[in-house]
Design a protein around this ligand. Sequence first.
Ligand code: GDP
Ligand code: MG
Length: 178
Amino acid sequence: ENGVQDAKNLRVKLVLLGDSGVGKSCIVLRFVRGLFDPTSKVTVGASFLSQTIALQDSTTVKFEIWDTAGQERYAALAPLYYRGAAVAVVVYDITSPESFTKAQYWVKELQKHGSPDIVMALVGNKADLLDKREVPVQDGIECAEKNGMFFIETSAKTADNINELFEDIVDYASCKLP
Ligand code: GDP
Ligand code: MG
């Protein structure tokens, strides 16, 4: 009658991967704390944050988020974070074709070494920098389709599509999540 019986509490381990500087930490900060800090520091190694959201059907989802460092010297550590993850979010910067190439590297890496039922999302961040765009939206869509990924463009700066990213990934993944 009140829907409580139907409520589920999900726990979702999520890892963010992508080139250094694409905005992974800013996406997490925006999602968890609701703010954007343009002076935020480079991530060293990896950092952990969690955030719980309620979906419309009163299901709650606790995201356990591993935010990794994009630098080469930490690349060997990445498997430690993505191996146990239910969701991998691969981020690029829409103003940086290099970061889009790097995103495709991460997708291949996840396909080769990640869990076979990992849910993958491709995120084009810095969507507020439209006049500096160098990666067409269509390229992101096609890459995601080809690799069976969820796709969205976000801006950690304006908050555009940040909550949607986390909410929609649960919908997208609902059949695969525990
Ligand atoms: P990370 O290395 O992937 O964690 O990237 P950071 O989150 O540290 O962000 C790198 C730089 O990009 C910082 O100077 C941020 O202020 C900037 N940045 C992050 N997200 C956005 C965004 O959505 N829009 C714009 N314009 N700048 C962003
Ligand atoms: Mg970072």
